[in-house]
Unconditional design. Structure first.
Lengths: 297, 203
């Protein structure tokens, strides 16, 4: 910590020092921005109401789920994988993988993650834990599982199906990330700092779009992830079958694509950063009922 | 260095030395974590995750820097605004509308290089015909009608698009000119979109 602070201190001192000659000059003219701000108010746009496209999509989603949720296909594949002996060690996850509630227990595990796993010495979200089990218990190579971790086209990574299966077994249960565990609390606080961190060419943080109520990018409603309601909006429906591209995608993918739009570099798959964000958001949604794997626009 | 500059330097250093505004320990852990966890993809190089000086001040003060520091650093940002050599700040509003519509640029999936879009409609209501607009920023509908197309207002609009942080240090709006995203003529077209009496924004 000291070192990081010292480094930034140097950077800021350099910044201020470099600007010293400028500071000595008279400030540049500012033509009445206060008046401009005032004038903008009467035409402020209405927010919160659902637009026609959102309503149309929700109708469509309800109809689709009635006819059979496409996520169920991946759930079934995941169940098969969970119970089969696989990998170089020819072991099943059902007989080796502890998702926090005991070896092989999937019921209720998803809504209680991220959580701390003493055997790994890490707080892990569901997908990261499954990947950890596939490597440690089944002998898969981590590099292989990290190589192409997200679905695209007709390709679905095994871990995506496995997460879908595990998540489906928490349907209708309440999110209960164990924040009383100091390890989890620590990662939650790190996640809270991470969502506020501005960097990159556009100076964006997660909070630029997701830190206040009632905001939109174009017509897309932006959940405020600091609130229980907003955080629930952000985590519900994942893993989800995405209409755009017809692929099953997970929370790990969702975080990755947020960073893309934030103009950040790419977060490593199943990294501490992604877990920290998922810990912050899911814990903020604690108490909300998980509706199971869903359909996304 | 004069006295005021020395004072602001000391104050800025004090913010860093005593992170009274948020939990310094978790912040330091978060910084360390992000340094390890991000990798270059496409044009989005890993070093984008490092803060620049202004971002550091905003990050460490919860976007609320002490007023004295905020004002001084805004002045610095303003000093970096480069105006067109011929003094003309208004371009073609029709071109401005196209730039305002485009959200392309700077993500790892975008083709590197210029030109990039202004991303304006992502966050602002502008011309009334476009109903798919964001609300992260204020509405700009009737921007010129309400303010008048004066030389001062043209300069304000140009500078604000060039570097929003010159007016509000921790504004959520990107510094489009400062970072080299929008070129001089593109900013002029956007000024016209906002201020030209013929622009649909002001009808």
């Amino acid at each position: 910590m000291k070192q990081a602070l010292a480094l930034s201190a140097v950077a800021v001192i350099a910044l201020v020092a470099a600007s010293a000659p400028v500071l000595a000059q008279a400030p540049a003219a500012k033509p009445a921005p206060a008046a401009a701000k005032k004038a903008a108010k009467p035409v402020a746009a209405p927010v919160e109401e659902k637009d026609a496209a959102t309503l149309e999509f929700e109708k469509f989603r309800a109809k689709m789920i009635e006819e059979g949720n496409p996520a169920e296909l991946f759930e079934a594949q995941g169940e098969e994988m969970w119970k089969s002996s696989r990998g170089p060690k020819k072991v099943s996850l059902a007989t080796s993988c502890d998702l926090g509630l005991g070896v092989g227990v999937v019921k209720g595990a998803y809504v209680q993650m991220p959580r701390y796993f003493a055997d790994a010495g890490k707080v892990m979200d569901a997908e990261r834990r499954i990947v950890w089990c596939m490597v440690e218990k089944q002998g898969f190579k981590e590099a292989d599982l990290h190589a192409k971790p997200f679905g695209s086209g007709t390709y679905t990574p095994d871990q995506t199906s496995l997460v879908t299966y595990v998540a489906a077994n928490s349907k209708d249960m309440k999110f209960a990330v164990p924040l009383k565990d100091p390890h989890v609390k620590d990662v939650y606080e790190i996640g809270k700092e991470t969502v506020a961190y501005r960097a990159g060419p556009y100076d964006f943080s997660c909070n630029t779009c997701h830190g206040a109520d009632g905001k939109r990018i174009r017509m897309q409603q932006l959940p405020n992830i600091s609130t229980q309601k907003g955080a629930a909006t952000a985590v519900l429906g994942w893993p989800g079958y995405r209409m755009t591209g017809n692929v099953m995608l997970t929370s790990q993918w969702r975080m990755n694509d947020c960073f893309r739009q934030q103009r950040f570099p790419e977060p490593k798959y199943a990294s501490d950063t992604v877990t920290a964000l998922l810990t912050y958001m899911t814990a903020n949604a604690n108490g909300t009922t998980y509706t199971g794997p869903g359909i996304k626009r | 260095m004069n006295n005021t500059a020395r004072i602001s330097l000391l104050a800025a250093a004090a913010i860093i030395a005593a992170p009274a505004f948020a939990d310094g320990d978790h912040r330091a852990k978060a910084l360390q974590m992000m340094k390890q966890d991000f990798v270059t993809k496409g044009q989005a190089r890993a070093d984008r995750v490092s803060e620049d000086g202004l971002q550091t001040i905003c990050n460490r003060t919860g976007n609320k820097p002490p007023e004295a520091i905020g004002k001084r650093l805004e002045t610095d940002q303003m000093a970096g605004v480069k105006y067109p050599a011929d003094g003309k700040l208004m371009g073609d509003w029709k071109e401005g509308e196209k730039i305002a519509q485009s959200g392309r640029g700077f993500t790892w999936s975008d083709e590197p290089g210029l030109p990039v879009g202004g991303n304006c409609y992502n966050c602002h209501q502008i011309a009334p015909k476009e109903t798919s607009y964001g609300t992260v920023g204020p509405s700009l509908f009737h921007f010129g009608k309400l303010r008048g197309n004066t030389a001062d207002m043209q300069k304000y609009a140009y500078s604000k698009i060039y570097n929003a942080k010159a007016y509000n240090l921790c504004s959520e709006m990107p510094r489009f000119g400062h970072i080299g995203a929008l070129k001089e003529d593109q900013i002029k077209h956007l000024v016209a979109l906002l201020l030209d009496p013929e622009s649909p924004v002001n009808k």
